[in-house]
Every structure is written in C-alpha cells, then in structure tokens.
Design a protein around this ligand. Structure first.
Ligand code: SF4
Length: 310
C-alpha cells in the first residue's frame, strides 16, 4: 500500500521513469497461477535476468526449520526455498520493510513461526551472502517504508554506481538512514524547550511522555513527507523507530516513555546523558509562555508576539 503511493504518478509509472520493468508482483501483475510460476521458475533457474529480487514480509522458517508454515501457493515448496533459489541468480537482493529486513512484527515476542529477516542476525541468507552485484541484502527498513526509499533505491541500482558505501552498517541505504526521523518534525520548537505533550492530541513534543523515539530513529520521514505532506508525528502518532531491528519489542507500551528516575531511557543518539539532563533543565527554565501553553493544547492558543510597527 505504501509503495503504490510512490511519487506523484504511482509505483509502476515511477519505475518506468527509470527504465525499470516489473517482472512480476503477486498483486500488480496480470500473470497468476501457472503463468506466474513459470516466471518464478525461470528466475530460480537463472533463465531470466533478475536485477533485483524485492522481498516483502519476514520469512517463516518454522516448524523445525522446514519453512512449511509458509508455502508458495500451488507449489508445496516453502517460500524460503524459493527465495534462496532466486537469490543465487539475482543481481541484487532487496528487503522491503522491516519484516523482510530484520524479522519485524512476526518475530515479536516468542516468535511462534520462527520468522526471520532476509539476512540480518541469523536471517534466511548467511551473513557472508553477497548477491551477484557483490552487495549484501539491501534493507529498505520501515513499517511501512516510505515509497520514495524504495523507488530511489531501485532507481539507484538501475542507473549503476550503487556500492557498499551507500549502505549503513545494517544494510540500509544511507540516502534515508543518515537522517533521523526527528529532523524536520513540526514539533521541533517544543522539543527545543522540552515543552512536552501530556496527551495524544497535544501539540507538544512527544518524547518526554508519549514514547517518541525519533531522536534515535534513522529515516527522513519528516523531511521527505508521506504523500507530500504527512508524517507519523504530524498526525500525533509517536515515532516507534520502525526502521531499526527489534522495534517490535519495545519493552513498554509504544505510546509511553520508559524512564528511570524521571529520565527517559532512550536518549537522543550522540548525546551523553548528563548533557541531556543539563540541557533539558536549562531549556525548561527558559520556555516561553507561548510554547509552554501551546504544548498542552490541540490548537494554537497563544500566537507568536507581533513586533510593533515602527
Ligand atoms: S515529537 Fe518526536 S520527532 Fe517531533 S520533535 Fe519531539 S522527539 Fe522530535
């Protein structure tokens, strides 16, 4: 659903712009049944060129490593085996979403289906796996990932010159992973003064009380907005760091900030705890009345002061 909203023209035409031909997709392609299996079989046997195999969703390896919790319809063969077979020939392997990248939601809790991601942390493919291009699995993480991240990565691959330096240590394209979801949030002024929301409809920063992890979350979702104008934090939803492994097991309710002695457990990256505490105290002591009041409202109550005309 996210990918279908890609760009201003939709996914298929966005790919066409870069000369990318969609070989097959389970929902978007006309081929189904025997025709679809013929395409997949040709890919698995290396009879058709696959520049990028995009996998969505985690791979279920249970029960007991057989993969039979997730058979490819009409084949009696586990999806995991199909992915392994095509991966031998694919120029690139692309995990679309945090489930395919890191295991994601199906891996939560006791992981009853033995779900894994494609490569990360004992994933389906071994750590030393490299696709024909020489790259590890490219992890377009996110739940859901921004459609721009997918189109941009596939375009980069199609245009050539995409190398390992463009990936971070978890295989995420640095084009989005070098940013934090916090960058560009419309609540940044409230963050600066630690003027925090107390309830979900408040305009204040969501970090102190409502669990926002955007200062730790790789992603440019508040710079490259969804559908041109939206983001989770814009909509009042706290950032749950969905681009990182393990986000599905936060250890506390998503909309609550875990604290020890009143200090959030998850502090901004790159900031020592003592600095954060000192800065927070200083900021709170200097919070303008406008910011303090508006932080606890669902609309602007106190507008910015106007300069008197000379
Ligand atoms: S709500 Fe989250 S993303 Fe927005 S300013 Fe606060 S910490 Fe940053």
């Amino acid at each position: 659903m996210s990918a279908l909203a890609a760009d201003d023209v939709g996914l298929l035409r966005a790919l066409e712009r870069f000369g990318i031909r969609l070989l097959w997709h389970p929902s978007l392609s006309e081929e189904s049944g025997a025709e679809a299996l013929a395409i997949l079989t040709a890919a698995a046997e290396g009879r058709v060129t696959v520049d990028a195999l995009c996998v969505e969703g985690s791979i279920l390896t249970g029960p007991n490593g057989t993969g039979r919790f997730q058979l490819l319809s009409g084949t009696g063969t586990p999806v995991s085996r199909w992915v392994e077979r095509i991966a031998r020939h694919a120029q690139n392997m692309v995990a679309v979403g945090s489930c395919a990248a890191f295991g994601g939601i199906p891996m939560a809790g006791v992981n009853p289906t033995d779900a894994v991601g494609l490569q990360h942390d004992n994933g389906l493919l071994p750590a030393e796996f490299r696709s024909r291009s020489g790259l590890p699995v490219i992890n377009i993480a996110g739940c859901a990932p921004h459609p721009g991240w997918l189109v941009e990565t596939l375009a980069d691959l199609a245009l050539g010159g995409f190398d390992a330096a463009r990936l971070d240590s978890l295989g995420r394209p640095r084009a989005f992973a070098d940013h934090l979801a916090h960058h560009g949030c419309s609540r940044n002024e409230f963050y600066e003064f630690k003027a925090s929301a107390a309830t979900a409809s408040d305009r204040g920063c969501l970090m102190e009380n409502l669990g926002c992890k955007a200062t730790q979350a790789p992603g440019d979702c508040n710079i490259r907005r969804w559908n041109g104008y939206g983001s989770c934090t814009d909509g009042g939803f706290t950032c749950i760091n969905c681009t990182s492994p393990g986000f599905q097991n936060p250890g506390a309710p998503f909309q609550e900030t875990a604290k020890v002695a009143g200090i959030p457990v998850g502090l901004p990256l790159d900031m020592p705890k003592a600095w954060f505490v000192a800065l927070a105290a200083l900021s709170k002591s200097a919070t303008p009345q406008r910011v303090r009041t508006n932080a606890h409202s669902d609309h602007v109550v106190v507008p910015p002061a106007r300069k008197k005309s000379p």
